[in-house]
Design a protein around this ligand. Structure first.
Ligand SMILES: [Zn+2]
Length: 115
């Protein structure tokens, strides 16, 4: 087992980081697509009787993008934490992080009490 792997059955922080980075890249691509469509249409949102579908989609993707960026940052911290041999150990109190918590939040670096 690689030193950075989590306990059996739990995803390793490196896997969580990979997934978070893939999601971040996907939302970046989607935002770039909207930017291109907007540039082609010269901004006609104001005259669109349907409202502003592009603006709404942009807001939705921007929210996903920000959430993905936060997950990448959290996963990076978890990978660094695991690299120092403290996977599953609370960063604050040094106590064990419950397996159920790691299952739900593989990038958790603090126990429930310290979160
Ligand atoms: Zn703690």
């Amino acid at each position: 087992m690689a030193p950075e792997s989590g306990p059996a059955g739990l995803p390793a922080p490196t896997e969580v980081l990979e997934a978070a980075r893939a999601e971040l890249a996907a939302t970046e691509r989607a935002l770039a697509d909207i930017r291109r469509v907007r540039a082609d249409r010269v901004d006609d949102d104001e005259h669109d009787p349907e409202g502003s579908p592009l603006s709404a989609e942009w807001a939705r993707l921007d929210g996903l993008h920000r959430a993905a960026a936060r997950r990448v940052a959290a996963a990076e911290a978890a990978v660094a934490h695991a690299a120092s041999g403290r996977y599953g150990i609370c960063q604050r109190c040094g106590g064990p992080i419950a397996a159920g918590r790691l299952e739900a939040l593989p990038a958790a670096v603090r126990c429930v009490r310290c979160a």
